[in-house]
Ligand binder design. Structure first.
Ligand code: PGA
Length: 257
C-alpha cells in the first residue's frame, strides 16, 4: 500500500451469492463491527438485483456498492444484460470488468473488456479491471507478457486523466476460489509490473495514482502480508467477503499503520 499517492480499496465480490434477505442479514452482522473513520475505501460488488438495496443498507457505514459486470452498449436488444447507466442510477459507484469467470464462462475477451471499460468510465463508474494468468501460463514463464497485454488492451484509447481513476485487480486464475494464494512476493512482483506498464504508457504521475489490488483466496490470515507489498493497494475478495466477520478483519488489516 502507499496511501500517500493512491487509495487503498478493499472490495468484496459476492459473485452469484446472497439474496436480498441474505444481504439484509449480512448488513446487520457487519454494521456493529465495521471500523469507522479509517483510511481504506470499502466496496461490495453484489448481484444486480441487490444493488439498490445494498446502497441503502451500507450507506451509513460508508461502504460503496459495485456491480459485477456490465454491457458496453448504452441500450438495445441484449436480453439479460445491464448497462453502466442502469448501474449508476441504481446508486453503484464501481463495476467489476473482465473477471476471469466472465472471461471463461461468458466469452469476455480483451476486446470486450476494453469496450466495457470505456462504457463504464463514460457513465461515471469506476471500473475494477481484472487481469491474471492461468497456472499453465505461469509455468510457461509468460505471466508478465500476458498481464502487460491484458492491461494495455483494457486501457487502450482511454485518456490519461481517466486512467488515473481506474482500479486494476491482479487475480491469478490458479488462486481464485482454490484456497491457494499467491505469495506476497508473487503478488507484489506482478502488481509492480502492472504499474510499470502504466508508467510507460501514461507517465509516472498517472501510474502512482492507480489502485492495484490483489485477488485470489485473500483472507483474514494472509491479507496483512499481501497488503504490506508497496504496489498492492487493496484486495478483490470473493469467498471471504461473504462472511461479515472475516471481511472486517481484512478491512482492519488494510487500516493498519
Ligand atoms: P476468492 O475470489 O477470494 O474466492 O478467491 C476472488 C475473486 O474471484 O475475485
Amino acid at each position: 500500500m502507499n496511501r500517500r499517492y493512491r487509495k487503498t480499496i478493499i472490495a468484496g465480490n459476492w459473485k452469484m451469492n446472497n439474496t436480498l434477505s441474505e444481504t439484509r442479514s449480512f448488513a446487520e452482522q457487519l454494521k456493529p463491527i465495521m471500523p469507522r473513520g479509517k483510511w481504506c475505501t470499502v466496496v461490495l460488488c453484489v448481484p444486480a438485483t441487490n444493488i439498490q438495496s445494498a446502497v441503502r443498507l451500507f450507506k451509513d457505514c460508508h461502504i460503496a456498492v459495485g456491480a459485477e459486470t456490465c454491457h458496453y452498449e448504452q441500450k438495445g436488444a441484449y436480453t439479460g444484460e445491464i448497462t453502466p447507466a442502469m448501474i449508476k442510477e441504481a446508486g453503484a459507484k464501481y463495476v467489476i470488468i473482465g473477471h476471469s469467470e466472465r472471461r471463461q464462462y461468458y466469452n469476455e475477451t480483451d476486446f470486450t473488456v476494453n469496450k466495457k471499460v470505456h462504457a463504464a468510465v463514460e457513465a461515471g463508474l469506476i471500473p475494477i479491471i481484472c487481469v491474471g494468468e492461468s497456472l499453465e501460463q505461469r509455468e510457461m514463464g509468460v505471466t508478465m507478457e500476458l498481464i502487460a497485454y491484458q492491461v494495455k488492451c483494457a486501457l487502450a484509447g482511454l485518456a490519461p486523466e481517466k486512467v488515473r481513476h481506474v482500479v486494476i485487480a491482479y487475480e491469478p486464475l490458479w488462486a481464485i476460489g482454490t484456497g491457494r494464494t499467491a505469495t506476497a512476493g508473487q503478488a507484489g512482483e506482478v502488481c509492480q509490473a502492472i504499474r510499470t506498464v502504466i508508467r510507460k504508457q501514461y507517465g509516472a504521475h498517472v501510474a502512482r495514482s492507480v489502485t492495484i489490488q490483489y485477488g485470489g483466496s485473500m483472507n483474514a490470515k494472509n491479507a496483512a502480508e499481501l497488503l504490506a507489498q508497496p504496489d498492492v493497494d487493496g484486495g478483490l475478495i470473493g469467498g471471504a467477503s461473504l462472511k461479515a466477520v472475516e471481511f472486517v478483519q481484512i478491512i482492519n488489516a488494510a487500516n493498519q499503520e
